[in-house]
Design a binder for this molecule. Sequence first.
Ligand code: MN
Length: 499
Amino acid sequence: MAASAGQYFWLGNETHKVPVALFALNRNRLLARLRANKDVQKNSIVVLQGGEETQRYCTDTGIIFRQESFFHWTFGVTEADCYGAIDVDTGKSLLFVPKLPESYAVWMGKIHPREYFRKKYEVDEVHYTDEISSVLASRNPSVLLTLRGVNTDSGNVSKEASFEGISQFQVNNTILHPEIVECRVIKTDLELEVLRYSNRISSEAHKEVMKAAKLGMKEYELESLFLHFCYKRGGMRHTSYTCICGSGDNSSVLHYGHAGAPNDKTIADGDLCLFDMGGEYHCYGSDITCTFPANGKFTPDQKAIYEAVLRSSRAVMKAVKPGVAWPNMHRLTDRVHLEELTKIGILKGNVDDMVKVHLGAIFMPHGLGHFLGIDVHDVGGYPEGVERSTEPGLKSLRTGRILQEGMVLTIEPGIYFIDHLLDQALADPAQSCFINSEALQRFRGFGGVRIEDDIAVTANGMELLTCVPRTVEEIEEFMAQGQASTRSADPIASEKFLN
Ligand SMILES: [Mn+2]
């Protein structure tokens, strides 16, 4: 096996070198699981289909290709329209690349020979995709293991490999998915290195945004700064998801920033900014939210809500370690929020009784956090045997699992003042009895606070991957410095922030 050639994915400058060995290790981990699975017959071959090149609707305008996540995990291949296979018994890896037309050489550049891909990706064999059927048949497999399974976040089904001639083979499409998903749930040290890098660059980009934020700016100007920093400094052409840059009341819109609300509000004095943005490097993502006052100084109410969320975030971080059930971390968060909201005076009464009527979900309707990896909502949250709760709040939790070393998750508690949910709670006597509606009135239009960090579960606790100012004092001090240093300069025009 070609494991020592030492190739890597690298975009030069200070960007991270991702060893191609990362993917060989992933394949070996998958093979170990498959070989231990009694349902896997002798002479089985795993067959995966990579992502396909797409165009904008009916036009010939190409959309920047981003590899399909399972294929990326297994082969680390950046090109579109490939297939890959692994012989389970021998461990041999086969890559199938498209035979490109001569016109490609004119429009797209040099057509590389197969040997180029064999070296680049450290696989054992490279063939053309139109040969896949005959190449596989020559190995006389007992069965082809293809990938079919439901993504438990989207409900969508993975695209199973298919090619001309597949009907001549025995195909099993149920064994592979749960096995590869389990592999993806636990990150290797090599994968952790990439996630640390994505987090470091994205954290720095968030700090640039905080420093540059000024009243009167459009939210999208700060989105643009984040994207620019991630790409210029970090080689991150993609983000893990669409940037959420909500100011003022928009900070309570959980997935603001979509095409119908494209981060286009003008940032005003007194606004809280809730910016949820994460860069992605070689498909390994990050998912970070910073909430800060637009003018650099928290009001007493903003400080109180912010510190309530910070308290739950840090309580969870203290409790996280292998063996802990993630739903219990969500419950812990709710409890801290309810206690803090009571101290602030928005709620009144006994917190245990509030928990019984799911009052926490009024203020945090989403889950505490989710797996992170090649997908921002990474796979494996609900394998067979792990049931999703039906309770408010908890039902939005993207995993119900017991934590294990090597899992990477977000911790993203939030408190939001969402009119629709507040009105609902006020109309429900079981919940409204805990609400001080006069105090609550003051928080209408407040928006929301989310504090989102990415963590890796370690043997005894956790490693924090995100590094941004977090306490009220840190944020105010950091923003004061930033406003002093950028007062006279447009950060993009001067590019000072990149040097
Ligand atoms: Mn998240």
